[in-house]
Design a protein around this ligand. Sequence first.
Ligand SMILES: Cc1ncc(COP(=O)(O)O)c(CNc2co[nH]c2=O)c1O
Length: 420
Amino acid sequence: STPLDVERIRSDFPILSRKVGGDVTVPGEGPGDDTPLVYLDNAATSQTPDQVVDVVADYYRSYNSNVHRGIHSLSQEASVAYENAHDRVAEFVGADGREEIVFTPGTTEGENLVAYAWGLAELGPGDEVVLTEMEHHASLVTWQQLCKRTGATAKYIPVDEQGTLDMEAAAELITDDTKLVSAVHVSNTLGTVNPISDLADLAHDHNAYIFVDAAQSVPNRPLDVSDLGADFLAFSGHKMCGPTGIGALYGREHILEELQPYLYGGDMIRKVTYEDATWEDLPWKFEAGTPNIAGGIAFAAACDYLDDIGLDRIQAHEEALAEYAYDRLDEYDDVDIYGPPGDERGGLVAFNVDDVHAHDLSSILNDHGVAIRAGDHCTQPLHQKLGIAASARASFYLYNTREEVDVLLDGIDAARELFA
Ligand SMILES: Cc1ncc(COP(=O)(O)O)c(CNc2co[nH]c2=O)c1O
């Protein structure tokens, strides 16, 4: 695939020209240092191009209205745009149509929707949910707590010291007692790319569903829900050039059709009496109340933006940056890198520098204009397993450059000198 024109892409993101540092009491208006921003925290949230920001602004400026078919023109325009956005997001992940795409605030609510709309009704004592040891809390805590509530049992597929899933153990752990496998596609801490279609085969061999946490894969690589064998798949708009507060849950239509809603209210009903209620068609049955209309419409615009560039090219670009960062970090003997080798991972690298706590490293890197994430990345059990309380994580996207990786390494050198 042809390399990205990063400079042209960066011109779509004014924020990337910001200077940072100095007084931050007034967001965006601080005196700011003359330190150019180097934004390497894309696994937490991506930046938003003008093309997507303009869609949000245009909605509020010219057709803001509540959806679901009010009679007046504005409502009709908003309804059509919001409903069509579901079709666009469905196309982006290879779903059959809007019936298989529920808009949510993000990946977290997608996991919870399935836990409460399916899990609460289907799980009980003797049933098992199989997770991986590298799950994000959005999956791990959700299913762990649901198992506690229902008497079901949560089990974990081990991760080896290379950050790779033990698939032999998976084959033993997934049995006829398994009702659901929930697995992250690309780990937000290790960068490991899990063999989802193999896990799906194991789940389906035992008549279990598979839930795919695709928060770090839908934004970063071409993906088709059928190729993966996903029964459910959740992702977030804000990690793929969309606004915050919007994401989607994919579910096979025949499964969603059978599920009862877990959020009740307006828009999700068809007929209500004092005694009972009937539900709207999919996906509206699962979208109670006034949705994030602008966010949903902008989510579709983000899909257009990424597809115009090409996810295969974006994947190649960010993974090359991660490999470059990995190789440069690997030159140090006082740096620990977590996860698989640099050429076998998604576009992120988590690491620690001996004698420099990740939080201190992040603070010093901030003085150099570099934004990374430091902490447990919502994978505390995995950090405990790795024997660390926290890690630093650099995560790359379509608008980052090799020169920015060099600034990252310069900042790490400065931190090492300060703490050595
Ligand atoms: C693998 C994974 N699953 C679920 C989530 C939750 O997504 P949300 O509902 O949109 O918040 C995240 C967000 N990950 C991170 C958020 O901040 N730093 C991170 O690594 C994630 O990386």
